[in-house]
Unconditional design. Structure first.
Length: 187
């Protein structure tokens, strides 16, 4: 199975450099000078890394096969992939491993099912289908998702209050709340 380690983003400059949307925790290993990467779609590769640099936590790469801005723009959206066996990531899970896992609260209460993983700029988000069918995005960070047990078929969540749609049923309004904000203002 092929796993995506990055997606080619927008062109940067005139000589074919591209920004990468990373999907790996080891970009230094994956994108070393001379590394050859397969692509999806396959017809766009393979691509050989000529140079890399980072700027404001963003990775920029030049590939031997992309030498101008026009080609770089045409490559936008291309996925850079590796074989699953070649993955050396520790504590890393892929969407196909997470989909279908049961989600439980740290106290054991069932919360729903993980139906996917979305890659957003800040960090990845688990897509949770709560018991009532509501789709909720849960930040995939250790403090909120302390346990991922693929073999056991579950993830354990410790969400802050208000993150889940089901939290609305348990919403407590303070005694200090009188009514709408309009009622508090006398003209």
């Amino acid at each position: 199975m092929l796993l995506t380690v990055a997606r080619i983003g927008r062109a940067h400059g005139l000589r074919g450099e591209v920004a990468l949307d990373l999907r790996t925790d080891n970009p230094q290993d994956r994108f070393g000078i001379g590394a050859e990467l397969r692509t999806e779609p396959a017809a766009r590769g393979p691509l050989t890394v000529v140079s890399t640099r980072t700027q404001q936590d963003r990775w920029y790469v030049t590939f031997a096969q992309i030498t101008d801005r026009t080609t770089a723009e045409a490559m936008r959206g291309t996925e850079l992939v590796v074989e699953e066996d070649a993955s050396e990531e520790d504590d890393a899970w892929y969407p196909h491993e997470l989909a279908g896992l049961r989600a439980e609260h740290v106290d054991g209460t069932p919360l729903g099912e993980i139906i996917g993983l979305e890659h957003l700029p800040a960090h990845d988000m688990l897509v949770l289908r709560e018991l009532d069918g509501t789709r909720t995005l849960v930040p995939f960070v250790k403090v909120i998702v302390p346990v991922v047990d693929v073999a056991g078929g579950r993830v354990v969540l410790d969400p802050p209050g208000g993150l889940l749609a089901s939290d609305a049923a348990n919403l407590v309004v303070s005694d200090e709340t009188v009514g709408p904000a309009d009622d508090a203002v006398d003209d």
